[in-house]
Ligand binder design. Structure first.
Ligand SMILES: [Mg+2]
Length: 388
């Protein structure tokens, strides 16, 4: 495809950076469901749904390709999935196993690059620009990664290779399952032009409908719009749309060290004595933390409450969600229970040490922490119910 004369410039720093990078997007195929079919032979070849039971209020976290033929997809209520496919096999998620597999996959990644950006347990971008294996071929490297993942986990991944994250993600989806697809720098613009707008990463259902109303059905249609026109319709997302319509995406692969825990505490000038007051403060701390987790796309398994008494004796009590990740509601419900446990522990030990309660009846510090943090993935059922 020829570019208009004013859009090409040898001094354009974005274009120069684009042509230099090599990005691989790796995405496991029907991840949770494939793990279940791997571990239980009787599920192979059958429609498998991981998530809530069809007689409950849960949702589909993931489903096998056999189930997708019935129009079932993740985030669908399990009851609806059960109606569409009455003989489907419903399986509870086993997040511990999925996490172990995720670690195996990351071990493979790290053999080739330390530039890894996880998106969820089963999905990541790799920047392999500086790789020299396979004569520097990112395509052959992606094939090797797929092979090693299959050898070590028995599971199948799809991979997309391109010169930026936007195109690499589209490429991994393009030939799924067991896909391997490369979009070369010279092909990017043409590829995007023919792409349906609903397949653009970053264009959700609402935006897709808006764009359809405006006559934007493909990347080619989107390309007809100036940045100012897009800004008028779509506000701050307009620059991203303008660029990706031209195959441009300068977002770097962000290597994030995932924190294991995140906490917040408050010390009081005057010691607290009222339980309701303490609970109010804990709720405020909890809500702040939930917002912080959401901003980092993290979720958690364990919430801990910390109580420090006037004599500096400190007690903590924790609640751990053994199945899945904590949702906002269960974290809130755990708070009064954890506070009471910590308070009564303090009272009991105060009685033993001082023979009376009064010595440490005041509380000088309260804290809340989340631990067992995990990236919140597109496959995570929590995200579908509560966005945090
Ligand atoms: Mg996947």
């Amino acid at each position: 495809m020829s570019m208009s004369s004013n859009s090409t410039s040898k001094t354009d720093p974005v274009s120069d950076v684009q042509s230099l990078r090599k990005i691989i997007h790796v995405d496991m195929d029907a991840f949770y469901a494939s793990v279940e079919q791997r571990d239980d032979i009787s599920l192979r070849g059958l429609p498998v749904i991981v998530g809530g039971q069809p007689n409950g209020r849960g949702v589909v976290a993931a489903c096998s390709y056999e189930a997708r033929k019935f129009g079932i997809h993740s985030a669908m209520p399990s009851a609806e999935a059960g109606r569409r496919c009455p003989h489907a096999m419903f399986v509870k998620p086993r997040f511990e196993v999925y996490k172990q597999v995720s670690q195996q996959i990351h071990t493979v990644f790290r053999e080739f690059t330390d530039q890894i950006e996880p998106l969820s347990l089963d999905e990541a971008y790799l920047d392999v620009t500086s790789n020299t294996l396979f004569a520097g071929s990112a395509y052959r490297l992606a094939r090797e990664i797929k092979t090693l993942i299959h050898e070590r986990t028995g599971l199948v991944a799809s991979a997309g290779v391109s010169y930026n994250k936007f195109l690499a993600k589209i490429a991994s989806d393009y030939k799924k399952p067991d896909g391997l697809f490369c979009i070369l720098p010279a092909e990017g613009e043409t590829f995007v032009a023919s792409l349906e707008i609903g397949r653009f990463h970053g264009v959700g259902k609402v935006t897709e409908a808006r764009m359809h109303d405006l006559g934007i059905l493909t990347g080619g249609d989107l390309r007809q719009w100036s940045e100012a026109e897009l800004a008028h319709e779509f506000g701050k997302s307009s620059r991203y749309y303008y660029q990706v319509a031209r195959g441009i995406d300068d977002r770097p692969v962000r290597v994030s060290r995932i924190r294991k825990s995140m906490g917040s505490e408050r010390t009081f000038g005057d010691n607290l004595h009222e339980r309701t007051e303490m609970l109010d403060i804990l709720v405020t701390l909890l809500d702040d933390l939930i917002d912080q987790l959401a901003a980092k796309s993290l979720s958690s398994k364990t919430v801990t409450v910390k109580v420090r008494f006037a004599d500096f004796s400190t007690f903590t009590r924790a609640h751990t969600q053994h199945k899945g990740l904590l949702d906002k509601g269960s974290a809130h419900r755990a708070l009064p229970f954890l506070l009471d446990r910590a308070l009564s522990l303090g009272q009991e030990s105060g009685m033993q040490r001082h023979g009376r309660v009064g010595r440490r009846s005041g509380v000088r510090l309260l804290g809340v922490a989340f631990s067992g943090l995990a990236p919140l993935g597109e496959d995570s059922p929590i995200q579908l119910e509560m966005r945090w």
